[in-house]
Design a protein around this ligand. Structure first.
Ligand SMILES: NC(=O)c1ccc[n+]([C@@H]2O[C@H](COP(=O)([O-])OP(=O)(O)OC[C@H]3O[C@@H](n4cnc5c(N)ncnc54)[C@H](O)[C@@H]3O)[C@@H](O)[C@H]2O)c1
Length: 273
Protein backbone atom coordinates (compact mmCIF):
# COMPACT_ATOMS: atom_id res chain seq x y z
CA UNK A 1 0.00 0.00 0.00
CA UNK A 2 1.23 3.48 -0.85
CA UNK A 3 2.24 5.88 1.90
CA UNK A 4 -0.20 8.74 1.24
CA UNK A 5 2.17 11.36 2.70
CA UNK A 6 4.44 10.90 -0.29
CA UNK A 7 1.74 10.09 -2.84
CA UNK A 8 2.07 12.04 -6.11
CA UNK A 9 -0.46 9.97 -8.10
CA UNK A 10 -2.19 12.16 -10.73
CA UNK A 11 -0.68 15.39 -9.39
CA UNK A 12 -0.16 17.75 -12.32
CA UNK A 13 3.52 18.71 -12.20
CA UNK A 14 5.07 21.16 -14.68
CA UNK A 15 8.84 20.86 -15.18
CA UNK A 16 10.82 23.54 -17.04
CA UNK A 17 14.17 22.66 -18.62
CA UNK A 18 12.83 19.11 -18.88
CA UNK A 19 15.34 18.12 -21.54
CA UNK A 20 18.16 18.73 -19.07
CA UNK A 21 20.11 16.23 -17.00
CA UNK A 22 18.78 16.83 -13.48
CA UNK A 23 15.46 18.39 -14.51
CA UNK A 24 14.79 15.80 -17.21
CA UNK A 25 15.66 12.92 -14.91
CA UNK A 26 13.38 14.43 -12.29
CA UNK A 27 10.50 14.74 -14.78
CA UNK A 28 10.84 11.08 -15.75
CA UNK A 29 11.09 10.02 -12.10
CA UNK A 30 7.91 11.95 -11.23
CA UNK A 31 6.14 10.25 -14.12
CA UNK A 32 7.22 6.89 -12.71
CA UNK A 33 5.62 7.94 -9.41
CA UNK A 34 2.24 8.28 -11.14
CA UNK A 35 2.20 12.07 -11.55
CA UNK A 36 0.85 13.76 -14.67
CA UNK A 37 3.98 15.47 -15.90
CA UNK A 38 4.13 18.42 -18.31
CA UNK A 39 7.62 18.73 -19.81
CA UNK A 40 8.71 22.17 -21.03
CA UNK A 41 11.92 23.07 -22.84
CA UNK A 42 13.12 25.51 -25.48
CA UNK A 43 12.78 23.61 -28.74
CA UNK A 44 9.66 21.91 -30.07
CA UNK A 45 11.56 19.03 -31.69
CA UNK A 46 13.43 18.30 -28.46
CA UNK A 47 10.20 18.40 -26.44
CA UNK A 48 8.49 16.09 -28.96
CA UNK A 49 11.35 13.64 -28.58
CA UNK A 50 11.50 13.57 -24.75
CA UNK A 51 7.71 13.31 -24.48
CA UNK A 52 7.53 10.47 -27.02
CA UNK A 53 10.34 8.66 -25.23
CA UNK A 54 8.74 9.08 -21.78
CA UNK A 55 5.36 7.95 -23.17
CA UNK A 56 6.86 4.84 -24.72
CA UNK A 57 9.01 3.85 -21.76
CA UNK A 58 7.21 5.11 -18.64
CA UNK A 59 3.59 6.28 -18.82
CA UNK A 60 1.05 7.93 -21.13
CA UNK A 61 0.42 10.61 -18.48
CA UNK A 62 3.04 12.91 -20.00
CA UNK A 63 2.71 15.88 -22.31
CA UNK A 64 5.00 18.73 -23.27
CA UNK A 65 5.28 22.12 -24.90
CA UNK A 66 8.02 24.32 -26.28
CA UNK A 67 8.42 27.11 -23.75
CA UNK A 68 11.11 29.74 -23.32
CA UNK A 69 11.10 30.58 -19.61
CA UNK A 70 12.09 34.17 -20.44
CA UNK A 71 9.14 34.79 -22.76
CA UNK A 72 6.15 35.74 -20.63
CA UNK A 73 3.62 35.62 -23.49
CA UNK A 74 4.81 32.13 -24.40
CA UNK A 75 4.59 30.93 -20.79
CA UNK A 76 1.04 32.36 -20.53
CA UNK A 77 0.03 30.53 -23.68
CA UNK A 78 1.51 27.26 -22.39
CA UNK A 79 -0.31 27.82 -19.10
CA UNK A 80 -3.62 28.06 -21.00
CA UNK A 81 -2.82 24.80 -22.80
CA UNK A 82 -1.96 23.03 -19.54
CA UNK A 83 -5.19 24.28 -17.95
CA UNK A 84 -7.19 23.14 -20.98
CA UNK A 85 -5.52 19.74 -20.74
CA UNK A 86 -5.62 19.15 -16.98
CA UNK A 87 -7.73 21.93 -15.42
CA UNK A 88 -5.20 22.37 -12.62
CA UNK A 89 -1.52 22.69 -11.74
CA UNK A 90 -0.34 21.07 -8.52
CA UNK A 91 3.36 21.78 -8.75
CA UNK A 92 6.09 23.53 -10.67
CA UNK A 93 9.71 22.43 -10.85
CA UNK A 94 11.83 25.33 -12.12
CA UNK A 95 14.56 23.26 -13.75
CA UNK A 96 15.65 25.55 -16.61
CA UNK A 97 18.98 27.14 -15.74
CA UNK A 98 22.64 27.05 -16.47
CA UNK A 99 25.91 28.83 -17.14
CA UNK A 100 27.76 30.34 -20.12
CA UNK A 101 31.48 30.47 -20.86
CA UNK A 102 31.58 34.28 -21.17
CA UNK A 103 29.94 34.74 -17.77
CA UNK A 104 33.01 33.24 -16.09
CA UNK A 105 36.33 34.63 -14.94
CA UNK A 106 38.81 31.81 -15.53
CA UNK A 107 42.19 31.50 -13.74
CA UNK A 108 44.04 33.21 -16.61
CA UNK A 109 41.53 36.09 -16.66
CA UNK A 110 40.42 38.94 -14.41
CA UNK A 111 37.12 40.72 -13.90
CA UNK A 112 38.06 42.99 -16.85
CA UNK A 113 37.58 40.00 -19.17
CA UNK A 114 34.00 39.35 -18.07
CA UNK A 115 31.61 39.44 -21.04
CA UNK A 116 28.84 41.48 -19.49
CA UNK A 117 26.19 40.52 -22.04
CA UNK A 118 26.71 36.85 -21.18
CA UNK A 119 26.76 37.66 -17.47
CA UNK A 120 23.34 39.28 -17.91
CA UNK A 121 22.05 36.29 -19.90
CA UNK A 122 23.05 33.91 -17.09
CA UNK A 123 21.39 36.15 -14.48
CA UNK A 124 18.26 36.32 -16.62
CA UNK A 125 17.99 32.60 -17.36
CA UNK A 126 18.47 31.46 -13.78
CA UNK A 127 16.65 34.25 -11.94
CA UNK A 128 13.97 35.66 -14.26
CA UNK A 129 13.60 32.19 -15.80
CA UNK A 130 12.51 30.95 -12.38
CA UNK A 131 10.37 33.94 -11.39
CA UNK A 132 8.38 34.29 -14.63
CA UNK A 133 7.06 30.68 -14.82
CA UNK A 134 6.30 30.96 -11.10
CA UNK A 135 4.21 34.10 -11.59
CA UNK A 136 2.25 32.43 -14.38
CA UNK A 137 1.76 28.90 -13.01
CA UNK A 138 1.07 29.89 -9.42
CA UNK A 139 -2.29 31.34 -10.56
CA UNK A 140 -3.83 27.87 -10.64
CA UNK A 141 -2.29 27.02 -7.26
CA UNK A 142 -3.76 30.18 -5.74
CA UNK A 143 -7.23 29.17 -6.99
CA UNK A 144 -6.71 25.67 -5.60
CA UNK A 145 -5.27 27.08 -2.36
CA UNK A 146 -2.59 24.44 -2.72
CA UNK A 147 0.59 23.96 -4.69
CA UNK A 148 4.30 23.31 -4.38
CA UNK A 149 7.16 24.98 -6.22
CA UNK A 150 10.72 23.69 -6.26
CA UNK A 151 13.62 25.84 -7.49
CA UNK A 152 17.20 24.85 -8.26
CA UNK A 153 19.88 26.54 -6.21
CA UNK A 154 23.52 25.39 -6.27
CA UNK A 155 26.69 25.09 -4.21
CA UNK A 156 27.67 28.37 -5.91
CA UNK A 157 24.95 30.26 -4.00
CA UNK A 158 26.33 30.48 -0.44
CA UNK A 159 30.10 30.27 -0.81
CA UNK A 160 32.15 31.86 -3.54
CA UNK A 161 33.17 29.27 -6.10
CA UNK A 162 35.94 30.35 -8.46
CA UNK A 163 35.20 31.17 -12.11
CA UNK A 164 31.41 31.28 -12.30
CA UNK A 165 30.52 34.82 -11.24
CA UNK A 166 27.27 35.05 -13.22
CA UNK A 167 26.07 31.63 -12.13
CA UNK A 168 27.02 32.24 -8.47
CA UNK A 169 25.28 35.61 -8.40
CA UNK A 170 22.17 34.14 -10.02
CA UNK A 171 21.96 31.14 -7.70
CA UNK A 172 22.52 33.38 -4.65
CA UNK A 173 19.52 35.32 -5.88
CA UNK A 174 17.55 32.08 -6.26
CA UNK A 175 18.06 31.36 -2.55
CA UNK A 176 16.75 34.81 -1.71
CA UNK A 177 13.86 34.49 -4.18
CA UNK A 178 12.89 31.12 -2.70
CA UNK A 179 12.69 32.57 0.79
CA UNK A 180 10.90 35.71 -0.44
CA UNK A 181 8.26 33.80 -2.39
CA UNK A 182 7.75 31.37 0.49
CA UNK A 183 6.99 34.34 2.75
CA UNK A 184 4.84 36.14 0.20
CA UNK A 185 2.75 33.17 -0.91
CA UNK A 186 2.35 31.75 2.60
CA UNK A 187 1.14 35.05 4.02
CA UNK A 188 -1.04 36.19 1.09
CA UNK A 189 -2.33 32.91 -0.39
CA UNK A 190 -2.33 30.58 2.59
CA UNK A 191 -0.39 27.72 4.05
CA UNK A 192 -1.09 25.40 1.12
CA UNK A 193 1.29 27.34 -1.14
CA UNK A 194 4.90 26.30 -0.60
CA UNK A 195 8.16 27.33 -2.27
CA UNK A 196 11.43 25.48 -1.64
CA UNK A 197 14.69 24.77 -3.39
CA UNK A 198 17.24 22.05 -3.65
CA UNK A 199 20.92 22.94 -3.80
CA UNK A 200 22.65 20.18 -5.75
CA UNK A 201 26.32 19.57 -5.15
CA UNK A 202 28.46 18.36 -8.03
CA UNK A 203 26.82 16.07 -10.55
CA UNK A 204 28.48 15.28 -13.86
CA UNK A 205 26.43 16.78 -16.65
CA UNK A 206 26.91 18.29 -20.07
CA UNK A 207 27.65 21.73 -18.57
CA UNK A 208 30.52 20.74 -16.30
CA UNK A 209 31.87 17.32 -17.34
CA UNK A 210 34.90 18.65 -19.23
CA UNK A 211 35.79 20.85 -16.27
CA UNK A 212 35.77 17.97 -13.79
CA UNK A 213 36.74 14.78 -15.64
CA UNK A 214 39.42 14.08 -18.28
CA UNK A 215 38.66 12.03 -21.36
CA UNK A 216 40.34 8.97 -19.77
CA UNK A 217 37.95 9.20 -16.77
CA UNK A 218 40.50 10.60 -14.30
CA UNK A 219 39.65 13.81 -12.45
CA UNK A 220 40.91 17.22 -13.62
CA UNK A 221 42.62 19.38 -10.95
CA UNK A 222 39.22 21.06 -10.32
CA UNK A 223 37.51 17.66 -10.17
CA UNK A 224 40.05 16.60 -7.53
CA UNK A 225 39.38 19.80 -5.53
CA UNK A 226 35.63 19.15 -5.56
CA UNK A 227 35.92 15.53 -4.50
CA UNK A 228 38.41 16.45 -1.75
CA UNK A 229 35.86 18.89 -0.29
CA UNK A 230 33.02 16.36 -0.53
CA UNK A 231 33.05 14.14 2.58
CA UNK A 232 31.44 11.33 0.57
CA UNK A 233 34.42 11.50 -1.77
CA UNK A 234 32.57 11.36 -5.07
CA UNK A 235 30.30 13.20 -7.49
CA UNK A 236 26.57 12.74 -7.18
CA UNK A 237 24.47 10.57 -9.42
CA UNK A 238 21.55 12.45 -10.97
CA UNK A 239 19.09 9.99 -9.45
CA UNK A 240 20.16 11.22 -6.01
CA UNK A 241 18.22 14.51 -6.36
CA UNK A 242 14.89 12.81 -7.04
CA UNK A 243 14.04 11.83 -3.46
CA UNK A 244 14.51 15.34 -2.10
CA UNK A 245 12.38 16.88 -4.85
CA UNK A 246 9.72 14.20 -4.34
CA UNK A 247 9.62 15.04 -0.64
CA UNK A 248 9.33 18.80 -1.24
CA UNK A 249 6.51 18.30 -3.76
CA UNK A 250 4.56 15.93 -1.53
CA UNK A 251 2.28 16.41 1.48
CA UNK A 252 5.11 15.00 3.61
CA UNK A 253 6.57 18.54 3.40
CA UNK A 254 3.29 20.30 4.28
CA UNK A 255 5.01 22.49 6.94
CA UNK A 256 8.16 23.08 4.90
CA UNK A 257 8.51 26.32 2.95
CA UNK A 258 11.45 28.62 2.22
CA UNK A 259 13.88 25.74 2.73
CA UNK A 260 16.97 25.28 0.56
CA UNK A 261 18.10 21.71 0.97
CA UNK A 262 21.63 20.70 -0.03
CA UNK A 263 21.97 17.40 -1.88
CA UNK A 264 25.72 17.46 -1.99
CA UNK A 265 27.47 14.56 -0.26
CA UNK A 266 28.37 16.97 2.55
CA UNK A 267 30.15 19.58 0.38
CA UNK A 268 28.41 22.57 1.99
CA UNK A 269 29.00 21.45 5.57
CA UNK A 270 32.75 20.78 5.20
CA UNK A 271 35.31 23.60 5.44
CA UNK A 272 37.77 21.61 3.37
CA UNK A 273 40.31 21.14 6.18
N1 LIG B 1 23.91 19.48 -13.19
C1 LIG B 1 24.47 19.94 -12.07
O1 LIG B 1 25.50 19.45 -11.59
C2 LIG B 1 23.82 21.08 -11.32
C3 LIG B 1 24.35 21.45 -10.10
C4 LIG B 1 23.75 22.48 -9.39
C5 LIG B 1 22.65 23.12 -9.92
N2 LIG B 1 22.17 22.75 -11.14
C6 LIG B 1 21.00 23.46 -11.62
O2 LIG B 1 19.93 22.56 -11.68
C7 LIG B 1 19.03 22.96 -12.71
C8 LIG B 1 18.80 21.79 -13.63
O3 LIG B 1 20.06 21.39 -14.13
P1 LIG B 1 20.26 20.36 -15.33
O4 LIG B 1 21.39 19.50 -14.97
O5 LIG B 1 18.95 19.71 -15.66
O6 LIG B 1 20.70 21.39 -16.48
P2 LIG B 1 20.99 21.11 -18.03
O7 LIG B 1 21.99 22.09 -18.49
O8 LIG B 1 21.24 19.66 -18.27
O9 LIG B 1 19.58 21.47 -18.71
C9 LIG B 1 19.04 22.74 -18.70
C10 LIG B 1 17.84 22.73 -19.64
O10 LIG B 1 17.27 24.03 -19.64
C11 LIG B 1 16.89 24.33 -20.97
N3 LIG B 1 16.83 25.77 -21.16
C12 LIG B 1 17.87 26.65 -21.31
N4 LIG B 1 17.40 27.88 -21.52
C13 LIG B 1 16.04 27.79 -21.50
C14 LIG B 1 15.00 28.74 -21.66
N5 LIG B 1 15.25 30.04 -21.89
N6 LIG B 1 13.73 28.30 -21.56
C15 LIG B 1 13.45 27.00 -21.35
N7 LIG B 1 14.39 26.06 -21.19
C16 LIG B 1 15.67 26.46 -21.27
C17 LIG B 1 17.96 23.69 -21.84
O11 LIG B 1 17.48 23.49 -23.17
C18 LIG B 1 18.23 22.39 -21.09
O12 LIG B 1 17.42 21.33 -21.56
C19 LIG B 1 19.66 24.18 -13.37
O13 LIG B 1 19.15 25.34 -12.79
C20 LIG B 1 21.12 24.04 -13.00
O14 LIG B 1 21.75 25.29 -12.99
C21 LIG B 1 22.72 21.74 -11.85
Amino acid sequence: MKNSLFDLEDRVIVVTGAAGVLAGGTARYLLEQGAKVVMLDLKQEVVDQIVADAKATISPKVSGYACNVLDRAMIESVYEKVMAEHGRVDALVNGAGGNMAGAMVNPDQTIFDLQFDQYEKVLDLNLKGTLLPTIVFVKAMVQQKKGAIVNFSSMAAKQAISRGIGYSNAKGAIDNLTRWLAMEFGMKFGEGLRVNAIAPGFFLGKQNRALLVNEDGSYTPRGKQVVAKTPMGRFGDQSEVYGCIHYLLSDAASFVTGAIIPVDGGFSSFSGI
